[in-house]
Design a binder for this molecule. Structure first.
Ligand code: ADP
Ligand code: MG
Length: 729
């Protein structure tokens, strides 16, 4: 066996679980130990300041800059007591990760010494030298300055020796350069629009929250094996690799016993996550070998997004303590399941969930139906955009690949809810009742049995499924920032609820009683958004044809899917709700196309290197062995016998020659195709060229490499194979 491969396989095989020191306290005691949460705010801030800050956090009141100094002082005191020496503004630029630049608390004290300092000014706003973050041209045309500004709604936390302050990141001219700024705007918009609709049913509702509960899937690979795979190291996925004979066909990994080395990692990760206030709850083996899942209890959407970003970086760090690497790529291995990140999304008021069927009074049921139907309308109107919000070069490998939702957005409702909607659509009965002396029409709304709705049959093939008290947006990619999907979804709903209210108010204005007006509009919506509702098998070929007939967006080319962001109805939506303007959307699309191109470009380069430096040399060496063997047979045996005995090897020699020639030619062609694409000015056209020419060419090359893997002597093969990457743990 190739020396390096042999060494890392052996080392990986011998590894034992790392001992994890379990704290003597219970999780409930160390939960949020490293978070400046309300409890610490109460302890470290003057009571007036505390009350003002809580008003900002809970009610979205504007932050009075005069309290910033006192908040900063309290935060600093706590952080220093906790051993922190540095602070940073922590933000989500349009890359895949988070960004931070640490500064020490120290300042000159004027007497030749140093002192710890942290002022309100430093807490509230900073100007990171951020000229190298993606900005889609916004920061070139204007002053190249960006600001990070404190987001008080997500609490500061300590990682290692650094106090991290969640911030938004915006250009000098006000445009968002990150994920958080538009997310906060979208959440505010959906709050405002949903509160108004809630007032039809309950005038006391003050706030509507959007909730998010993500389920993070990931792979673990031993770090020695990982290091021996340049493709994993550079791109996060294997660009070559033949299926192992056994993969997931026995269905023995899903929910199976967690391997001890992995269990130690999970325990460690969960403890650290809990200390950072991330309410992790669920862990299990996923479908593919070496694939796992982690899920917390759902939280307010902005906080949940921050927690997901935080946990993704935490996972990477903690995995290393255990000799693993975490793969968050959506498709690290061909032939086994990829990883997604289900986004469980719902709305709730201060008094309870809005997507939960209460089944007590007709009014409550109507409220439930109203929010469900408006959600369906929003998803229907913007189904292409929602798909764009979850599309990326990496997620493209997963969507539509018979294991994940197809590249078509539709919604599963289940039997119960479908029947209820059907009933409303077809009935126009309205019962006349007397309410507080006034004659009113009482709408005929079926009682929804609470239990049954909770038991909605599961349909794993739907990208946007109703699951009892929430919708589960399943098409989100495992390494994505959830904010992208959450911005699109919440903005679409905010627009939709605003339109709904206008229509209902117009009917009320014409003298219709409130509840019948609502029911009229809801009934019309049920008819309109029917095409989005699909309870069947989303993986089937028939559905693709049917979806196209229904007019749903069926585009599969990611660069073209991004066009959805710039459609007139999308721009109108983002602008009317105040989340992003045309310029921001255009800039973001530039970033998306560039990111797409760069990802594929890196993959193509790595594949070229692998082909030329690993595959062809090894295959050729093996071929030489075979050729020597043929010559020696000739020396040993009479000609006709030698010919017979070397027939098989001659075949192999030829096969290797053909395949290596194919690979070499196509790697050269790939380089040429890249040069052509790279010369294109437009980021969009360049991305399209990468999609149309580079991606399929890489697949063809891979095909022959994978065949060679099965032909060439196992001892010579340099790259760890799937059976090693997927089964050593
Ligand atoms: P499954 O894999 O069956 O979908 P999990 O238990 O793995 O279920 O994950 C369900 C996720 O949904 C959890 O993060 C949970 O907190 C979240 N969740 C449950 N109810 C809601 C809700 N009303 N709104 C948002 N998220 C929710
Ligand atoms: Mg789920």
């Amino acid at each position: 066996m190739s020396k390096l491969r042999f060494r890392v396989v052996e080392a990986a095989f011998k590894k034992k679980p790392v001992d994890v020191a379990v704290p003597t306290e219970r999780p409930s005691e160390y939960f949020a130990k490293y978070v400046f949460n309300k409890e610490k705010m109460f302890r470290y801030l003057p009571s007036k300041v505390y009350a003002q800050l809580i008003d900002v956090i809970d009610n979205g009141a504007t932050l009075d800059r005069s309290i910033a100094d006192e908040v900063a002082a309290g935060m600093k005191k706590w952080a220093i007591e906790m051993g922190a020496t540095h602070y940073t503004h922590w933000f989500h630029p349009l890359t895949e990760g988070t960004a931070e630049k640490h500064d020490a608390f120290v300042e000159h004290d004027g007497k030749g010494g140093m002192m710890e300092e942290f002022t309100g000014k430093l807490l509230v706003q900073q100007e990171p030298d951020a000229s190298s973050f993606p900005n889609g041209g916004i920061r070139n045309t204007f002053e190249a300055r960006g600001y990070s500004a404190w987001d008080p709604s997500s609490p500061a936390f300590i990682v290692d020796d650094t106090l991290c302050i969640p911030t938004i990141f915006i250009a000098y001219t006000g445009e968002s350069l990150d994920y958080k700024a538009p997310l906060l705007k979208a959440l505010r918009a959906v709050d405002k629009a949903a509160v108004e609709v809630c007032h039809y049913f309950n005038p006391d509702v003050k706030k509507v929250y959007a909730y998010l509960g993500w389920e993070q899937e990931y792979f673990l690979v031993d770090e020695g094996l990982y290091a021996a795979r340049p493709d994993l190291l550079m791109t996060g996925r294997t660009l070559t690799g033949h299926d192992s004979a056994k993969n997931q066909q026995l269905e023995d990994h899903y929910f199976g016993a967690i391997p001890p080395r992995v269990a130690a990692f999970m325990k460690d990760l969960e403890m650290e996550a809990l200390k950072l206030g991330i309410p992790v709850k669920t862990r299990h083996n996923e479908v593919a070998p070496n694939q796992f899942e982690l899920a917390p209890i759902f939280e307010e959407c902005n906080l949940a997004v921050d927690h997901n970003m935080l946990i993704m970086s935490l996972m990477k760090n903690i995995a290393r303590r255990h000799g693993f690497r975490v793969l968050l790529h959506e498709k690290p291995f061909k032939g086994v399941n990829g990883s997604g990140k289900h986004n469980n999304w719902s709305l709730g008021t201060d008094t309870g969930l809005l997507l939960h069927a209460p089944g007590k009074t007709p009014e409550e049921n109507l409220r439930f139906i109203t929010f469900v139907v408006n959600t369906l309308m929003a998803v229907y109107r913007h189904n292409g955009l929602l798909k764009a919000s979850i599309s990326s070069a990496t997620n493209a490998h997963r969507l539509g690949a018979n294991e994940a939702p197809p590249a078509i957005i539709s919604s599963f409702l289940g039997k119960q809810l479908s029947q209820v909607l059907e009933h409303i659509e077809t009935s126009d009965k309205e019962e006349l009742v007397t309410l507080s002396g006034k004659q009113e029409l009482k709408p005929d709304i079926p009682q929804i049995p609470e239990l049954l709705i909770d038991n909605t049959d599961r349909n794993r093939t739907s990208p946007f499924a109703f699951t009892g008290n929430r919708f589960e947006f399943r098409a989100v990619g495992s390494e994505a920032n959830c904010a992208s999907a959450m911005i699109a979804l919440n903005t679409a709903l905010a627009e939709q609820l605003t339109d709904f209210k206008q229509e209902v108010d117009a009917l009320i204005g014409q003298g219709e009683p409130k509840l019948t007006a609502i029911l009229d509009v809801v009934r019309r919506y049920i008819k309109t958004c029917k095409p989005i509702h699909f309870d069947g098998n989303g993986y089937s070929e028939e559905w693709k044809a049917e979806a196209a007939r229904r007019g749903l967006d069926c585009e599969t080319s990611v660069p073209l899917i991004f066009d959805n962001y710039l459609k007139p109805e999308s721009i109108r939506m983002f602008e009317s709700v105040g989340v992003m303007n045309r310029k921001e959307l255009e800039a973001r699309n530039e970033v998306k196309w560039e990111m797409y191109t760069k990802k594929i470009q890196i993959e193509a380069r790595v594949l070229g290197d692998l082909a030329m430096n690993h595959i062809i040399p090894v295959a050729t060496r093996y071929q030489t062995d075979l050729i020597n063997n043929v010559y020696k047979l000739k020396k040993l045996f009479p000609a006709d016998k030698a010919e017979r005995l070397s027939a098989k090897n001659l075949e192999l020699i030829e096969e290797i020659a053909n395949r290596t020639a194919f690979i070499k030619e196509h790697v050269d062609a790939l380089t040429e195709a890249r040069k052509v694409a790279n010369r294109m000015e437009s980021a969009r056209l360049k991305a399209i060229a990468y999609h149309d020419t580079i991606v399929p060419a890489m697949e063809e090359i891979r095909y022959h490499i994978d065949k060679l893997e099965m032909t060439v002597d196992n001892q010579m093969w340099t790259l760890p194979k799937y059976r090693e990457l997927l089964f050593i743990r």
